[in-house]
Write a protein that binds this ligand. Sequence first.
Ligand code: IMP
Length: 178
Amino acid sequence: MKETVILDKKFREMIPGDVISKRIDVMAEEINRDYSGKDVVFLGILNGAFLFAAELFKRINLKAKISFVKLASYEGTKSSGSVKELIGWNEDIKNMHVVVIEDIVDTGHTLELIVGELKVRKVADIRVATLLFKPKAYTKKIPVNYAGFEIPNDFVVGFGLDYDGYGRNLPSVYTLIK
Ligand code: IMP
């Protein structure tokens, strides 16, 4: 079993890179089939989704664009406390078919925010592709259409996911050793 240390924590390999790669092949095939003949915008959520987005997008054979947005936290008014906002929109996506690309869907808060923003922008329809999905942590109703791997409610790193900024470059997904 491969293990790695990041800062003060130990992690064990959970999903090897070659398994991830094969799964992304299948996910891309599904998306290519489902959107056949359509013009699609892929929307990657930074920072975590950068690697998965690149791997998925290079397997897409549709008429497709890719764009990235980032969730930024800022201190709102006294009453609302910390507020999260999506920044980096540079694409007119009105009436487009959008595939949101996430690294991981955990509680679904992030996804809900993104889908809300997309609805305001009057896109044609929205589907969600995520490398990892924690169904036991998920509290929302939004369908997760393309989920690479369903995983337990544990902390993971690698393949774009970080622990305190580190570990994103690991080619496999690693889980925290408790
Ligand atoms: P959600 O809004 O609770 O669904 O969480 C989404 C975001 O939390 C992801 O895009 C990640 O940035 C982060 N996150 C959730 N679970 C993990 C994890 O196990 N490892 C690293 N980051 C995580």
